[in-house]
Design a protein around this ligand. Structure first.
Ligand SMILES: Nc1ncnc2c1ncn2[C@@H]1O[C@H](COP(=O)(O)OP(=O)(O)OP(=O)(O)O)[C@@H](O)[C@H]1O
Ligand SMILES: [Mg+2]
Length: 393
């Protein structure tokens, strides 16, 4: 690293003179911005710059450590010396060059004889002054204490869809037979056995409700219009506060200029109702005294997100998040959070987040989760409406 850009020592005389004079407003101090190379080399995040042929033009110290190769060696190398030619990082770089946009992928794996890292967040940015050059930032997410994964959940959603169809078909008919038979028994059997018949009827109803919920996973095409997401959130907040979240304080941090979401209003209500309900349940389970749920909307400029299995990054500029100050997602279910029937609640069905994942996948959106004790956030990246679509009130 080059020399320290700021003068560190003041001479003793200067200090004494300053103490003797009466206090006076300090003259404005000129802001001195350290040299870019100094900043980059001090940055704890690995950063490299590649030229149009993917040769390393620059690497900072963090990149040297991350890649396990010295800066002088890197200067003689290309990215393909470190990763195979079909590695997703190269696809991402191609997308950056083609679209001249920033592209990020939050869950990349680097696996080669020299390098083994899982769950790496990679962001590529074009450098307009240097045609074809790409600035690549990498971050080892497994090192972080928090869970912060970006998932498209398409496979989870697909497995649920198939299962839903089978369940609905195979379970509903016999179930109504069982229910009817139990009802008949209720009126004909002696008192002690009547209780058992009621139990059968009630349990049949419970299964029926579960199957009905599963049916929502069906493969029906969704109708999408321009949805005002603030109205959706407002509706969800009102529902929550008049019921399960009556004792919880809500913060709303909205970007009023946010364009409409290209989505299905009712399904988006379902999504946010599930997220807010989970947040409220976490707060009450954790016996949090000042329970708080924060709903946020924001517009994310410029960034395109890489989608696993697709060579076209998606433009999802609308970010809507639900944050709570509950105890955090239990460690043992973090990796299967969005799978159906995964629950830590005695009365939970574990279908809420599976449904959220399915709906967001149908919208072409993405979900990010970050959780630690005292702060859990679900961030949804949603597509924006094009100008000619009618707005749903
Ligand atoms: N905000 C949150 N804070 C802490 N844990 C959460 C949060 N959201 C979800 N979870 C965890 O994820 C699990 C799965 O959530 P999901 O909504 O899929 O099912 P559920 O809430 O248990 O049941 P259901 O939604 O079907 O009533 C929950 O049981 C809980 O352990
Ligand atoms: Mg739930």
């Amino acid at each position: 690293m080059t020399g320290h850009p700021f003068p560190r020592n003041r001479s003793p005389q200067t200090v004494a003179a300053a103490a003797a004079t009466p206090p006076r407003p300090a003259p404005p101090r000129p802001v001195r911005v350290p040299d870019a190379a100094v900043l980059m080399s001090a940055l704890p995040v690995p950063v490299v710059v590649l030229d149009a042929d993917n040769r390393f033009l620059y690497a900072n110290h963090a990149a040297e450590q991350f890649l396990g190769v010295s800066i002088s060696q890197l200067a003689q190398m290309q990215l393909t010396d470190l990763v195979p030619a079909d590695h997703p990082a190269l696809m991402l770089i191609g997308q950056v060059r083609r679209g001249e946009v920033t592209v990020s992928d939050r869950d990349m794996t680097f696996d080669s004889p020299r390098l083994h890292k899982v769950g790496v967040s990679v962001q590529g940015t074009p450098l307009p002054e240097e045609p074809g050059a790409v600035l690549l930032m990498m971050q080892d997410r497994s090192a972080a204490q928090t869970l912060d994964r970006q998932l498209s959940f398409r496979s989870a959603a697909r497995s649920v869809t198939g299962m839903a169809a089978i369940l609905a078909h195979e379970v509903k008919n016999p179930l109504s037979g069982i229910r009817g038979a139990a009802q008949l028994l209720e009126s004909s059997v002696a008192e002690p056995d009547r209780e058992l018949a009621v139990l059968i009827r009630d349990e049949a109803d419970r299964i029926r409700a579960l199957v009905d919920r599963m049916e929502m996973f069906g493969e029906k095409p969704i109708e999408r219009t321009a949805v005002n997401i603030h109205r959706v959130l407002e509706h969800v907040r009102r529902l929550a506060q008049s019921g399960f979240a009556a004792a919880i304080h809500f913060n709303e941090v909205y970007d009023p200029s946010l364009p409409a979401v290209h989505g299905n209003r009712d399904q988006l209500v379902q999504v946010f109702l599930n997220l807010v309900k989970n947040a409220a349940e976490a707060i009450s389970q954790g016996a949090v005294i000042n329970g708080e749920i924060t709903l946020t909307t924001a517009f994310q400029h410029g960034v395109r997100l890489a989608v696993p299995g697709s060579d076209r990054p998606v433009h999802l500029p609308l970010v809507v998040s639900v944050r709570d100050n509950g105890p955090g997602i239990p460690e043992d279910i973090r990796n299967s959070l969005f799978d159906p029937f995964v629950t830590s609640k005695s009365a939970g069905s574990g279908l809420g987040l599976a449904l959220v994942a399915k709906i967001i996948a149908d919208h072409g959106g993405l979900i990010e989760v970050e959780s630690r004790p005292g702060r859990t956030e679900f961030r949804l990246h949603l597509p924006m409406i094009s100008d000619d679509t009618p707005i749903t009130p």
